[in-house]
Design a protein around this ligand. Structure first.
Ligand SMILES: [Ca+2]
Ligand SMILES: [Ca+2]
Length: 224
């Protein structure tokens, strides 16, 4: 499969996810591949045709309209705010994202639970974490535990421990990594092997059911 085809299929999946999240009636119009049907934003059209371009969706400003971040082929970012009328408008400069370089993967998710989608950026040399403040982003990479995460090829969120906070799963060429979202803005690596072993113990060791098997009378049992 060609890379741009793969990207478009991923975008279609993102559109479905948005529909499932209740955004279907308020999302920008999309073409058959899931791209926003806009002709007024050159960067969108450029990203649409650029190999390696990706879009991430999330409500960065709390108006319940999904906004979009595009990872451009040059490793920079473009942020598009949802105008609410079916179009997106670029707000990269205003959001403080114009200086981003080396990005490969962008993920929008409300990591700190304040209702605003935050931004994880995975790159070749390292990763960054920025929290949305509504009007822009504040960097909290230092202390997040993610700065040294390099050669990121893909990222997604899942709440693996059902504590209500989205955790982070990352793909690199060498490993699939899982990071637990603590309540303090820090992500801690999860030992997947230990997790699997704990699950296996739960699965293969069911509690005893019914009475113990019949055996010879106990030597202490009084004769009858
Ligand atoms: Ca947030
Ligand atoms: Ca969690």
């Amino acid at each position: 499969m060609r890379r741009n085809q793969s990207a478009l299929l991923g975008l279609a999946g993102a559109a479905l996810a948005l529909a499932g999240a209740g955004y279907a009636t308020r999302a920008p119009r999309q073409d058959s591949a899931g791209w926003p049907a806009t002709t007024s934003v050159p960067e969108i059209d450029s990203a649409r045709s650029g190999i390696g371009a990706r879009l991430a969706w999330g409500d960065v400003d709390g108006d319940r309209l999904p906004d979009a971040v595009a990872v451009r082929a040059d490793g920079g970012l473009s942020l598009f705010r949802n105008a609410g009328d079916g179009t997106l408008s670029e707000a990269t400069e205003q959001s403080g994202l114009a200086d981003v370089t080396g990005a490969r993967v962008a993920l929008l998710e409300d990591f700190d639970g304040d209702g605003l989608a935050d931004l994880f950026l995975g790159g070749a040399a390292g990763s960054r974490l920025l929290v949305s403040m509504g009007a822009g982003f504040a960097e909290i990479t230092e202390g997040s535990g993610l700065a040294g995460l390099a050669d990121v090829r893909a990222a997604r969120t899942l709440d693996y421990d059902a504590d209500g906070r989205p955790d982070l799963a990352v793909t690199t060429p060498r490993a699939e990594l899982l990071f637990h979202n603590t309540a303090s803005g820090r992500f801690e690596p999860v030992d997947l092997l230990s997790l699997a072993e704990e699950s296996a113990v739960t699965v293969v060791s069911p509690p005893p059911v019914g009475p113990p098997p019949a055996g010879p009378p106990s030597a202490e049992e009084p004769p009858t």
